[in-house]
Design a protein around this ligand. Structure first.
Ligand code: 5GP
Length: 206
């Protein structure tokens, strides 16, 4: 009998510098592949125009965030530009137990933590075509102060140095192509032999 202990869901981490368009890519991915579950993080940062509580993030107070953290209900967390961000543990674990494919939109520190906790998770790093393009996008968004833009550009450059430790790199030059690329990676990974042993066993039974 082939070992089928790995037949549970697949965890996918998507990281990208702030302003690289990862939300657009994730929205496109959601439309193309509604079966991929997207984890919604908790954050203490202010809501941007157009963002919705419970869809983009759960926008919470620092006290609430820290209480969830203390009670072990956050899978991984980070401080980014002075705010807390964290992944809710129970939802992700439940989805994985049910065999779902789950995507987390998190930064590099959190991505490293996830790789330690979930060895067979996969990580994808979305990069901008250039730093100039990234700066233009951050400015167009008009949601951050000049100081915040400079801080995010510095973080972005540091994050991009970590891209080499990811399993896959996708360039977000043409958004439709980036969506297709991320989709193809996820679908191909789902067919990896180590993830398909249960299906193989079933197909071999009479
Ligand atoms: P933003 O403020 O631009 O929405 O997010 C800032 C950074 O925090 C992004 O790189 C985003 O991917 C990351 N981030 C969002 N949620 C989480 C989370 O739950 N955990 C970690 N580690 N990073 C997160």
């Amino acid at each position: 009998m082939i070992d089928d202990r790995k037949s549970e869901g697949m965890l996918v981490v998507l990281s990208a510098p702030s302003g690289c368009g990862k939300d657009t890519v994730l929205d496109g991915l959601g439309k193309k592949a509604g079966w991929i579950k997207r984890s919604i993080s908790l954050t203490t940062r202010n809501k941007r125009d157009g963002e919705k509580d419970g869809e983009d993030y759960y926008f919470v107070s620092r006290d609430y965030f820290l209480s969830r953290l203390d009670s072990g209900q956050i899978l991984e967390h980070t401080t980014y530009s002075g705010n807390f961000y964290g992944t809710p543990k129970s939802t992700v674990d439940e989805w994985l137990k049910n065999g779902e494919t789950v995507i987390l939109k998190i930064e590099v520190e959190g991505a490293g933590k996830i790789k330690e906790l979930y060895h067979d998770s996969i990580s994808i790093f979305l990069i901008p075509p250039s730093m100039k393009a990234l700066e233009e996008r951050l400015r167009c968004r008009m949601s951050e102060s000049e100081e915040e833009i400079q801080s995010r550009l510095t973080i972005a450059l540091n994050e991009m140095k970590n891209a080499v430790s990811y399993d896959f790199i996708v360039i977000n030059d043409d958004v439709d192509k980036a969506i297709d690329d991320v989709y193809s990676i996820i679908v191909s990974e789902g067919h990896r032999t180590s993830r398909s042993t249960r299906i193989l066993n079933e197909s071999m039974s009479f």
